[in-house]
Design a binder for this molecule. Sequence first.
Ligand SMILES: Nc1nc2c(c(=O)[nH]1)N[C@H]1C(S)=C(S)[C@@H](COP(=O)(O)OP(=O)(O)OC[C@H]3O[C@@H](n4cnc5c(N)ncnc54)[C@H](O)[C@@H]3O)O[C@H]1N2
Ligand code: MOO
Length: 277
Amino acid sequence: MRRREVPVEEAVGLTLAHDLTRIVPGEFKGRAFRKGHVVQESDIPMLLDMGKRHLFVLELEGNELHEDDAAVMMADALAGSLVIQTLVHEGKVILKARHRGMLWVDVRRVMAIIDVLPYKPQKVVLITTGSEIKGGRIEDKSGSVLRQKFQRYGFELHQQVFADDDLDDIAIAIVQACNDEATIVCVIGGMSVDPDDRTPGAIRKAATNVVTYGTPMLPGSMLMLAYRNQTAIFGLPGAVIYDKKTSFDVLLPRVLAGVAVTKKDIAPLGIGGWLND
Ligand SMILES: Nc1nc2c(c(=O)[nH]1)N[C@H]1C(S)=C(S)[C@@H](COP(=O)(O)OP(=O)(O)OC[C@H]3O[C@@H](n4cnc5c(N)ncnc54)[C@H](O)[C@@H]3O)O[C@H]1N2
Ligand code: MOO
């Protein structure tokens, strides 16, 4: 795939390569600009508010697929005759029940043994990314959301730091938190497919082991989990700020209990992975 980053101010007249998502906590989460939209001068303030300082011009090569085409192919392969597929948006297709009834996923299951594991002491650092927050264009909402989530389990946020959409800035902040003996580092924002989304690259740079980038649950599909030695590093998508329950709420208790999460634990989360009410 050949991709070129264009500063938004120079993107007027160019065609968007994929849908762009806007989140206003408590109010709106969804597509603000559609794939194929031709960027107008009047779009620039909104794009900057969404933290988009750059846009991609993409050229797919060989047997590569656009995320929207891949989503449609997967939906066609998975959907039985009693589910309806929505139109593709933001790289996903939603399958909806045609009738009331029981969800049936045709997978053999293993019997579970029930137990309760106590939480271990944790030192938690939050790194909030995004030019729109660091530059003061919009107010940060991640601090209060994450503070409340951790408080529910009896933990406080030790520190919140802010980073620009810059791979090295974010990676340095992660390493610094680890050197400061953080046991959990949460990096929020910049987790999706835009050129200003630097968080996955920064986590890869700082980590000694990447467990997953992508979790088969919604919301929270763009969640990343990695470790730097014993420190767990979460890459949290913007949806964690907007939606009450995401894949983060499923994985966090395991990490708080000191259970090492592996790739094998991630794939089965897709069964029952639709978390919205
Ligand atoms: N074409 C595609 N679009 C999207 C995909 C995809 O795969 N293809 N994935 C979607 C998913 S799932 C999520 S979740 C969102 C969010 O991704 P990001 O983590 O990259 O979020 P940002 O771009 O950084 O921000 C999105 C939105 O949220 C606002 N925001 C971010 N941080 C804060 C904060 N600390 N306080 C307040 N508001 C914040 C930001 O301004 C943007 O409006 O991507 C989907 N789209
Ligand atoms: O809406 Mo997204 O699934 O990463 O949370």
